[in-house]
Design a protein around this ligand. Structure first.
Ligand SMILES: [Fe+2]
Ligand SMILES: [Fe+2]
Length: 265
């Protein structure tokens, strides 16, 4: 099968016409499915954009959400609304609330939004502030310590969810593809050709998810996992273990691109 991978397409930066032009470019690659690793839009327009994308492409869309998808909303409410929406739009598949998706006889797909969980790098001394902390309900009005605890809990929830599905997926399939928004390892947190520094790492990588993936893949040298993620808008690949590769996608606001066309055996 062929899957088109897109990340950080930020459709809220585009006119409806430009969205349709981009969708036509995706269709022209004749995919069997679309993989979307978050930052699709912002909360008020997310469902309309997901629906427009799905209508234009007319193939299954497997996606996770990124931090921007919760802007002007709440994480809990947006996730619930998206889950509900997917029930009436069967070609839209929100991986955060799904278990294992079989793609081929040997390959399965899993995923979770993930979250920059304040663990890698030097959170206490970081001066980086994101709009997340002004525009996402659960992250506003917190002290620095309170915010770090909240970020850790979001990372832990992603890790807990993946700990439930990844071992089973590895038991049943030779290869697992994992979609997440936030790079799960320091080495995969690319920024302009280098790994992000200790100021940016706390908010741009998710250690809780990385720890689960490293542990599970170390137990299964006979299996392979490829992780696709975004969030940093800077491309790079990181071979974490011989059987664990992380690919981080490039992105530019207002100029969405096709990150890759994957052939899956
Ligand atoms: Fe983004
Ligand atoms: Fe992001």
């Amino acid at each position: 099968m062929r899957a088109v991978w897109l990340t950080d397409i930020h459709l809220d930066f585009l006119s409806p016409r430009a969205c349709q032009d981009f969708f036509a470019r995706v269709v022209s690659t004749t995919p069997d499915a679309v993989f979307l690793t978050g930052d699709v839009s912002i909360a008020p327009s997310l469902l309309d954009h997901l629906s427009a994308l799905s209508d234009a492409i007319n193939k299954p869309v497997y996606f996770v959400l990124g931090n921007h998808d919760f802007y002007h909303g709440s994480i809990t409410k947006v996730r619930a609304r998206v889950r509900q929406f997917c029930r009436t739009h069967p070609s839209l598949n929100y991986l955060t609330s799904k278990k294992i998706v079989p793609l081929t006889q040997s390959t399965a797909l899993v995923g979770h939004d993930g979250w920059g969980d304040g663990r890698y790098g030097d959170y206490p001394h970081s001066t980086v502030r994101l709009n997340d902390h002004l525009l996402i309900k659960e992250l506003t009005g917190l002290t620095s310590t309170g915010l770090q605890q909240r970020l850790m809990r979001l990372g832990d929830a992603a890790a807990t969810s993946l700990r439930k599905v990844v071992p089973d997926a590895l038991n049943r399939y030779q290869q697992v593809i994992l979609l997440t928004h936030v790079p799960p390892f320091r080495e995969s947190c690319w920024y302009q050709g280098r790994v992000s520094n200790d100021d940016w790492l706390p908010l741009f990588a998710c250690q809780a998810v990385g720890d689960v993936l490293r542990e599970e893949m170390a137990k299964r040298p006979d299996r392979r996992m490829t992780v696709y993620c975004g969030h940093t808008h800077s491309p790079g690949t990181a071979q974490i273990l011989p059987n664990l590769l992380v690919v981080t996608g490039a992105a530019e606001y207002g100029a969405p691109q096709i990150n890759d066309v994957l052939t899956i055996d």
